[in-house]
Write a protein that binds this ligand. Structure first.
Ligand code: SIN
Ligand code: FE
Length: 301
């Protein structure tokens, strides 16, 4: 059996504790973080050194460098940067991590939707951000511009900082914390405006950049903000500190595991959307947990 570290939230994956791909998918879907001491895919020291040498000017709008695999577009790099090299490195990272996940998590192969990747050069500790954008408060992820319509958000991170861990807090997974929330009944997004919903659907169908959100997506966006606002959840819900050492890699369903980044800089990250049909444990997917809870039948996808 793989050894759990001191935190019940993490499973360390080592060459000596190999399990079947399906088992790893199950653990992830049930809210475990899978962690690797070193990147389980090729990533060169040279590339890491180059990324560490990049000096972003820290403009508020370009906090992270993002990469869109579908269109091969890199955004957010400073004009002075060697953008071509940066682009090549993030593109290669995205390809390598995707290839690894397609075999390590074989049940998902061919079904994953590749979302954005990013390079996160800024120190997370002490960032001055508006409440809903703060990443040091526990939250589950939901993307305003990219509705998943019930699909799950899987993310893989690599800490390329040679000198410091990336420190997270994580909480109990969705199927455990959500049913226990005392104020569940008040976590209800405002009613949808039918005219606006129809307009969005139309806009998105003809290719305008407007998100066609399902009620599920609106619920998850609302929950993201609600959790950050809720002092009781922030202070009293069970949580564990995880330290991701220099050079380590980890993956987690961030739509299900409440997480907060407390410190660290220089991480690479790739996001995947895993459609409902690809899941091995659909019963613990947030959309199905919400369906099971009385009064939440309206959370449609
Ligand atoms: C997040 O909250 O999704 C970001 C986590 C991180 O950058 O470590
Ligand atoms: Fe997040």
């Amino acid at each position: 059996m793989p050894t759990n570290t001191s935190s019940p939230a993490v499973i360390e994956v080592t060459p000596y504790t190999q399990q079947q791909p399906r088992w790893y998918c199950e653990q992830l879907e049930h809210g475990k973080v899978l962690s690797f001491r070193k990147a389980p895919f090729p990533f060169s020291e040279d590339d890491a050194r180059f990324l560490l040498s990049q000096k972003q000017t820290g403009s508020r709008f370009h906090k992270n460098i993002s990469y869109r695999p579908a269109s091969d577009v890199l955004k957010g790099a400073d004009p002075g940067a060697d953008r071509e090299r940066l682009h090549t490195i993030v593109r290669n990272f995205s390809r390598e991590v995707t290839q690894f996940i397609s075999s390590f998590l074989a049940p998902y192969a061919g079904k994953l939707k590749l979302d954005f990747a990013s390079f996160r050069p800024l120190e997370e500790q002490g960032r001055d951000l508006p409440l809903h954008k703060r990443n040091d408060l526990l939250h589950v992820d939901a993307f305003p511009t990219r509705p998943t319509r019930g699909g799950r958000i899987l993310r893989a991170f690599l800490n390329i900082n040679p000198a410091a861990s990336r420190v997270w807090n994580v909480g109990e997974p969705f199927h455990e914390f959500l049913p226990k929330l005392k104020h569940r009944e008040v976590i209800t997004p405002p009613p949808r405006n039918p005219a606006l919903t129809a307009l969005r659907k139309l806009g998105s169908r003809i290719g305008l950049p407007v998100p066609d959100r399902a009620p599920y997506d609106e619920y998850m966006l609302f929950l993201h903000d609600w959790l950050k606002e809720n002092t009781d959840f922030q202070t009293s819900s069970p949580k564990w500190e995880l330290q991701f050492a220099p050079g380590s890699c980890w993956m987690v369903y961030t739509d299900g595991v409440p997480h907060a980044v407390m410190s660290g800089r220089y991480a690479l990250e790739q996001t995947f959307i895993v459609p409902a049909q690809a899941l091995v444990s659909p019963e613990v997917a947030p959309v199905n947990v919400l369906h099971k809870i009385a009064g939440m039948e309206a959370i449609q996808i």
